[in-house]
Design a protein around this ligand. Sequence first.
Ligand SMILES: Cc1cc2nc3c(=O)[nH]c(=O)nc-3n(C[C@H](O)[C@H](O)[C@H](O)COP(=O)(O)O)c2cc1C
Length: 325
Amino acid sequence: MKTRITELLGIEHPIMQGGMHYVGFAEMAAAVSNAGGLGTITGLTLRTPENLAREIARCREMTSKPFAVNLTFLPALTPPDYPGFVKAIIDGGVKIVETAGNNPAKWMPALKEAGIKVVHKCTSVRHALKAEAIGCDAVSVDGFECGGHPGEDDIPNMILLPRAAEELKIPFLASGGMADGRSLVAALAMGADGMNMGTRFIATKEAPVHENVKQALVNASELDTTLIMRPLRNTERVLKNAAVDRILEKEKTLGANLKFEDIIHEVGGVYPKIMTDGTMDAGAWSCGMVAGLIHDIPTCQELIDRIMAEANGLIRARLAGMVAA
Ligand SMILES: Cc1cc2nc3c(=O)[nH]c(=O)nc-3n(C[C@H](O)[C@H](O)[C@H](O)COP(=O)(O)O)c2cc1C
C-alpha cells in the first residue's frame, strides 16, 4: 500500500509503532521495522544519551530498515538531558523522530539540519496545526481511545480524524484504538495516511515485556481501562488494577486538593516492575481501550501481514462490492 506516510518515511506499510515506556526497546522497534512498519525506540526509557546511543546501535544490528526514536517532553523538576538525547539520535544516524508531550519547536532546527523527519504526536487539531506550522513533517493524531495520555479534550477518533483531515496539509497517522485491517481502512477513509499503534504491539511475540503483560491484554475487554490523574490535568488511560483503584479513591477523597505527590508511588518508577518483572498490580500502566480487540499474541510480521491482508480485502471486496451493488 502506498500513502503519503509510506512515501515520507520510506516504509512498506503505513503502520507505525508509537514510543512506549519500557516496551520500546531495540527488540520491539526492529521487529516492527523488519515486518515493513516503522518501529520506535523510546528515548527516555534508556535514561541517558549513552544508553540511547547503544540502543540505536543494537537496533541497527537487528534491522537494516528505517526506525524512529521517540522523544517525550515531560514537565519535570529536573529535566532529562534532552540535548544529549538529540545528539545521540543525530550521531546514531536515525532519520525519523516521534516527538510527544509538548511542542518540539526548540529542537526542530537541530533535527531538520540533520535531515530528520519529525512526526509529532498530539491529541487535538490545534496542536496538530501548531506542529505543521513549526515544520513537522507529519503528525500522529491520538484520539480519546488511546493508551497513555489522551489530553483533556476527550474527542474520539471518529470526530478527531476527519477534523484533522479538514485542517491539515501535512500527512497524518491515526492513533488510538487501532488494532487491525478494519482500523486501517477506517483511518484511511477518515483522511489519515496510516495508523500508529501502541497497545496492540505489546501483545506480540517480540515485545520485550513479561508474559503477564501480554496475557493481561488478551484477557482484558474494552471495559477494562480507565482514566487517572484527570484532576492534575495529566490524564492517563490505564488498565484497571489494584493500584489504579487506590489512585481513584485518593482522587475522590482529595478532590481539587490532589497533588502529584499523593499518588507518585503508584505511578512513578513502576514500569520496570510491571513490564520487566510482570508484577501486574505494582502500579498504573498505560493501556488503550483497544485491549478489547486483542485476542492473540502473534509475531509482528504475522500481525502486520494480517492487517494488510484484511485491509486489502476490505477495500477490494467488501467496500468495492458495495459500490458496485
Ligand atoms: C504502555 C504504554 C506506554 C506508552 N509510553 C509512551 C511514551 O513514553 N511516550 C509517548 O509519546 N507515548 C507513549 N505511549 C502512547 C503510544 O505511543 C501511542 O500513542 C498509544 O498507545 C496509541 O493508542 P493505542 O494504545 O490505543 O494504540 C504509551 C502507550 C502505552 C500503551
